[in-house]
Design a protein around this ligand. Structure first.
Ligand code: NDP
Length: 485
């Protein structure tokens, strides 16, 4: 390994790396080769306890600092992340298999954006004054306390920052549990935050599988849980959090529609469909995996799509020219390949791809099915791999009803040159994040999250502040108290 991928220790607690080899070992596998690149150990109950205690002990003093002081530390961390972008991107590529071409512009950079944005916002967080004649009420915006972040494996650095930055800006402490599949990058985020001056105990990382997440979520000393994961896990975590009436943010899965009308710019629509299905080898929650294409342009769309997929550079993810890498794990690749078989069995037309690549690592081809119908499994279930389903439509009302006929509501997109239709369709989508003539943009300034089974709450933007703080109302009486007796 040209890079040292083995972390100094498995966990980061109270400002320092901590090891406990009595936990279950977790091998970290480089998806491009299948080789082991590191081992970490799942947190034992003692490690979980240590992380929660250190967060609890440190949080009040952190919340008592001014927003300007807290923000300054976050922005210093942002600077360090940007300076180390290359090394962080290489590590993210080892952890996830995503091409360096992507990780160098999307992962640590978007984490840094969150630190910059919420670092800047920390000083602006205020309550309000409500005058009631001579008397008044003022509100204090207060931290929640100890927040738990639980991450998925597709964007480990980004998720660690998208949850950490607003939590810390609001004066909370965080304990972050990365996915067991990608445990490396969150440790670097913790290291950088502390190098930037974060007090010990405010951002902790513990490793482990679902049991560790569950132990954190059910602990009465934890005040909030933010999960990025699948809908089934979301149900479990939400239910466990409900027992303790904890605050939650749920960023869950999707099966998002993308509608291409017959007046659309075909090149842009094909580009959007490629970004929304094959970026990160299709392992993106908001992907527009149900591509509804107007019958009049369907064959033209499929021809251009196939031609452009032929330009994908599939190979070594560390090569900056590679634009399509392996999937995160053998398990995830087999899940996606299993869906390809289901699509074929259900009678969908395989236009391109569909197979594992004959090389080491967990590579499968970018895959497109056409003539997909709404009832097919590949049109209903989240695949979380590079498998696009193209469905036909002719009428706007018909396609809207079909696009919304899903348990999910994470994202939705429309390609059309008709201005009023674009906004009408966006208004009718049952989804938290919509795109007009683009797909999968996720700038920190905009709220991100799902409706229906895709989630609760919003990440990024000013909206995230409401999910990491609570309001206290303070009534102030200037005149005498009038009591009945
Ligand atoms: P999972 O739901 O399998 O896991 C998510 C996280 O939850 C992991 O860290 C996992 O640990 C942990 N976990 C599992 N069970 C429990 C439990 N009972 N209590 C607490 N924590 C638990 O998702 P994946 O990691 O497979 O990620 C893919 C999913 O994430 C997809 O459905 C995708 O759509 C969604 N996602 C959503 C995004 C969004 O913003 N809406 C963004 C990215 C992904 P471990 O895996 O280590 O066992």
């Amino acid at each position: 390994m040209p890079y040292d991928t083995q972390p100094k220790a498995s966990h980061f607690i109270n400002g320092a790396y901590v090891e406990d080899t009595s936990g279950t070992p977790i091998d970290v596998i480089y998806p491009a080769t299948g080789e082991k690149i590191a081992t970490v150990y799942a947190a034992t109950p003692a490690i979980v306890d240590q992380a929660i205690e250190s967060a609890r002990n440190a949080q009040a003093a952190w919340a008592a600092m001014s927003g300007t002081e807290r923000g300054r530390i976050l922005r210093r961390a942002e600077q360090i992340m940007r300076e180390r972008n290359h090394d962080l991107s290489v590590l993210e590529t080892y952890d996830t298999g995503k091409p360096y071409q992507e990780t160098s512009v999307v992962d640590a950079t978007s984490g840094a954006d969150a630190l910059e944005y919420f670092g800047g916002m920390a000083a602006t967080l205020t309550g309000e004054h409500i005058q009631l004649g001579e008397n008044w009420v003022y509100t204090r915006r207060e931290a929640l306390g100890v927040c738990v972040g639980i991450g998925a494996w597709n964007y480990p650095t980004q998720i660690a920052c998208w949850k950490g930055a607003p939590a810390l800006a609001c004066g909370n402490a965080m304990i972050f549990k990365p996915s067991e599949t990608t445990p490396l990058c969150a440790l670097k985020v913790a290291e950088i935050l502390h190098e930037a001056g974060l007090p010990a105990g405010i951002y902790n990382v513990v490793q482990g599988m679902g049991e560790v997440g569950s132990a954190l979520v059910t602990d009465p000393r934890v005040d909030k849980v933010s999960l990025t994961g699948s809908v089934p896990t979301g149900r479990k975590v939400y239910a466990a959090a409900a027992e303790g009436i904890k605050h939650v943010t749920m960023e869950l899965g999707g099966k998002s529609p993308m509608i291409v009308f017959d007046d659309a710019d075909i090149e842009n629509a094909v580009g959007g469909a490629i970004l929304g299905n094959f970026y990160s080898s299709g392992q993106v929650c908001s992907n527009g995996t149900r591509v509804f294409v107007h019958k009049a342009i369907k064959e033209k769309f499929l021809t251009r799509l196939t031609e452009r997929l032929g330009n994908a550079v599939i190979g070594d993810p560390m090569d900056p020219d590679t634009s399509f890498g392996p999937m995160v794990s053998e398990r995830q690749m087999n899940i996606a390949l299993g869906y390809v078989e289901k699509g074929k069995a259900e009678g969908a037309r395989l236009v391109t791809g569909g197979a594992r690549l004959d090389r080491e690592g967990f590579y499968m081809q970018p895959t497109v099915f056409a003539d997909v119908t709404d009832d097919m499994i590949i049109a209903r279930e989240e695949i979380f791999g590079p498998v696009m389903a193209v469905l036909d439509f002719e009428d706007e009302d018909e396609v809207m009803a079909r696009a919304n006929d899903t348990e999910f509501g994470l994202a939705a997109g429309v390609f059309t040159k008709d201005l009023t239709r674009a906004h009408r369709v966006a208004a009718r989508f049952e989804a938290g994040t919509c795109f007009i003539n683009t797909y999968n943009d996720a700038p920190v300034e905009a709220p991100f999250g799902g409706s229906k089974n895709s989630g609760v709450g919003r990440e990024n933007s000013k909206a995230a502040i409401a999910h990491y703080s609570q309001l206290k109302s303070v009534f102030v009486r200037m005149d005498d108290v009038e009591a009945p007796f």
